[in-house]
Design a protein around this ligand. Structure first.
Ligand code: ADP
Ligand code: G6P
Length: 472
């Protein structure tokens, strides 16, 4: 078995199997914030990524992707149902997102979660060279740091949670709360998107495990676990470069023409997820049309909603409701050749996304709760001419970093409508000043700055950082 000095462990590999139009199997980059964040960082770095390839049955042998070794962990049909769709996405995901949907608790799901975490820990122990740095990602794998430390105490282990970490009163609902906290404490450094999350974690460790904890350090067994906020970001330069490519500019011009050359385009790009506030946004838009504040001929909404976790009941219900609502709004307010909403469920490549961002006069990012939201950052990075308005939910992690956005509370329908109108009606000077400030922030705080700050905190010897910089 080949071993690496840097191992990333995430439920999902950065590539996903999907069907090509001719029915053949092809591999493409998987949508989602975690992959978007880590992919540019690891490109051309000798590392191994341990993860699941998206199907069931035996693990496929995958080629290296951009120099990164893919080490696949197999999930059986039961694992998929009980670990991925069950404990990860029907227990933890809703609980961590303010319980905007009801979390479900089943003992069988917890057993699968333990089993799959054990398998990931064993796979990681196999591919990590002595003294390697291992970086475990996200809520699917919260037990891995603890399990891996038992197998390989020589490793330097980091854990980063891409989603929110909930306040104690919510987390306390979890039947196996102590085990989950102990699992995370197997890491040397536990990173969160926001300092409030680190604070929630410290409070819970003190309360549930009776271990003294501050928002920065926790002494457990004979070790110190550090905790902190490391807001994740994007490859700002890459997105700006994409957005300025002549073919992307041409594509954007064609898109605007195909949309009927409206005066203004509103764009939303989400995974089809109940945390994203899609229904609230559609309601706000349709009320603005009904009130006469927005004319469909002048202003169109493009809603991209790529299906996600499609076998989980709450996701199926959401998709049906969104599609019914899109149909209703188009039926009521559209005309032949002039729909009020252009609704797209396909995954797009990066260039097509950049073209969409270029077309959007207003980018509406209004989740009910979101760990960060990289789409908001990608839009800002793509607006190289400092035009365009970002409408952003206060409940997205990105809001803490982008206060120049039009900030809204997506639960407040009137506030959402007013925010959307303000963004649509803003003048170029105001928009330019806001966009410049946000772009400057993202140039300083890009994906490399995120990785540098996390990895320098994790790996005090600094050797890993030197290698990552050399690979840049
Ligand atoms: P989440 O992590 O909840 O999926 P984020 O906004 O943080 O939300 O990240 C979503 C990522 O997935 C972004 O990088 C975005 O560009 C990508 N993405 C979203 N929709 C699509 C799509 N239709 N096609 C390709 N990539 C997409
Ligand atoms: C969020 C999670 C990631 C996840 C992604 C896509 O970004 O934080 O861990 O990979 O959504 O979701 P999926 O269920 O398709 O992996």
């Amino acid at each position: 078995m080949r071993q690496s000095s840097l191992v990333v462990v995430a439920n999902r590999l950065p590539i996903d199997d999907s069907m090509a139009p001719d029915g053949a199997c092809e591999w493409r980059r998987s949508p989602g914030g975690l992959v978007s964040a880590l992919h540019p960082l690891l490109r051309h770095t000798p590392a191994t990524w341990v993860g699941w390839a998206g199907g069931t049955g035996p693990a496929p042998a995958l080629p290296d992707v951009d120099g990164v070794r893919m080490h696949t962990v197999a999930l059986s049909a039961d694992d998929l149902r009980d670990h991925y769709e069950g404990f990860a996405n029907a227990t933890l995901w809703p609980l961590y997102h303010d319980s905007v949907e009801q979390p479900e608790y089943h003992r069988r799901w917890w057993e699968a979660y333990q089993r799959v975490n054990q398998r990931f820990a064993e796979a990681t122990a196999d591919v990590a060279e002595p003294g390697a740095v291992v970086w475990v990602q996200d809520y699917h794998l919260q037990l891995v740091p603890g399990l891996l430390r038992q197998l390989r105490p020589d490793l330097r282990i980091g854990f980063f949670l891409h989603v929110p970490f909930p306040p104690p009163e919510l987390f306390m609902q979890l039947p196996r709360r102590a085990e989950l906290l102990r699992g995370m404490l197997g890491a040397d450094l536990v990173g969160f998107q926001r300092s409030q999350a680190a604070h929630n974690f410290a409070q819970l460790v003190a309360k549930v495990l009776d271990v003294p904890a501050t928002d920065r350090r926790i002494a457990v067994d004979d070790r110190v676990v550090r905790i902190g906020a490391f807001p994740v970001s994007i490859d700002t330069v890459e997105m700006a470069a994409l957005a300025t490519r002549p073919d992307v500019a041409d594509r954007a011009a064609r898109l605007r023409h195909d949309l009927g050359s409206p005066e203004q385009v509103i764009l939303s790009v989400d995974r089809m997820d109940y945390t994203k506030g899609i229904e609230q946004r559609l309601k706000a838009y349709s009320e603005l049309i009904a009130d006469g504040h927005v004319k469909v001929r002048d202003t169109v909404l493009v809603q991209v909603a790529v299906p996600s976790r499609e076998r989980v009941g709450q996701y199926q219900i959401l998709r049906e409701r969104v599609e019914r609502e899109v149909g209703r709004i188009n039926g009521e307010f559209g005309r032949v050749g002039e729909p009020a909403i252009h609704y797209l469920t396909q995954p797009f490549d990066r260039a097509e996304l950049a073209a969409l961002y270029r077309v959007a006069d207003v980018m509406a990012v209004t989740p009910l709760r979101d760990g960060m939201n990289l789409v908001a950052k990608e839009y800002v990075a793509a607006r190289v001419d400092d035009t365009g308005a970002l409408l952003l939910s206060e409940f997205a992690g990105a809001a803490a970093e982008l206060p120049q956005a039009y900030l809204v509370n997506p639960h407040d329908l009137e506030g959402l409508k007013q925010g959307l109108l303000a963004a649509l009606r803003a003048g170029p000077d105001d928009l330019g000043a806001r966009m410049r400030a946000m772009r400057a922030h993202l140039h300083r705080h890009d994906i490399r700055a995120w990785a540098r700050s996390y990895l320098s905190a994790l790996d005090d010897s600094g050797s890993l950082l030197t290698r990552l910089s050399a690979a840049d």
